[in-house]
Design a protein around this ligand. Structure first.
Ligand SMILES: Cc1cc2nc3c(=O)[nH]c(=O)nc-3n(C[C@H](O)[C@H](O)[C@H](O)COP(=O)(O)O)c2cc1C
Length: 165
């Protein structure tokens, strides 16, 4: 089967997952900016991954119009991993939940840019003010000081799905 992994990554976490997935599936991983989008129609399966910004999987808007039949999508964010985190992002992006996988990346303030750091600071500021914090809130506060939460084993459900699709 002719497969490709395509990704958009600002600070490197999504690129890391893309590399791991491509390695497991024995195919190439390419940054979206280096891909001629129309060339993707020639593949039997495209796996697209983007970092998550305000619940949006970045770059997916470029892939979606192609209407690829065997498209698998993954999103990488700093929210604590859970079924509901994945479901919320899938819904927000109009992606069918069984073709969407959420992975925890982390947060690298040094590479996030001034705007990114401002947004995260604001979000964390409002979480800190909450009287009763959930485990997800605590996780966000800890990650926001800078953390790499990538986990190679997390890709296995996607690998299984890709092989069977
Ligand atoms: C402006 C901004 C908005 C973000 N919004 C979300 C979000 O809605 N959900 C989430 O889980 N992570 C969010 N994040 C965290 C990033 O998705 C996370 O750091 C991700 O691992 C970055 O991936 P990358 O290293 O491939 O760029 C946001 C980060 C920034 C800077």
């Amino acid at each position: 089967m002719k497969r490709i992994v395509v990704y958009t990554s600002k600070t490197g976490f999504t690129a890391k997952y893309a590399g791991w997935i491509a390695e497991r599936l024995g195919c190439e991983a390419k940054a979206l900016k280096d891909v001629d989008i129309s060339s993707l129609e020639a593949y039997d399966q495209v796996i697209y991954g983007g970092w998550i910004m305000a619940s949006t999987v970045t770059g997916y808007d470029k892939i979606k119009p192609l209407g690829l039949k065997n498209l698998i999508i993954f999103g990488v964010g700093m929210t604590m991993n859970s079924d509901s985190a994945a479901g919320t992002v899938a819904e927000h992006n109009g992606v069918s939940a069984d073709r969407f996988f959420y992975f925890e990346g982390g947060y690298n303030p040094k590479k996030a840019g001034l705007f990114g750091r401002m947004i995260i600071k604001m979000i964390v500021g409002s979480i800190r003010k909450k009287e009763e914090k959930t485990p997800e809130d605590m996780h966000m506060i800890e990650t926001a000081s800078g953390a790499d939460r990538t986990n190679k084993a997390a890709i296995e459900p996607l690998i299984k799905f890709a092989i069977n699709s």
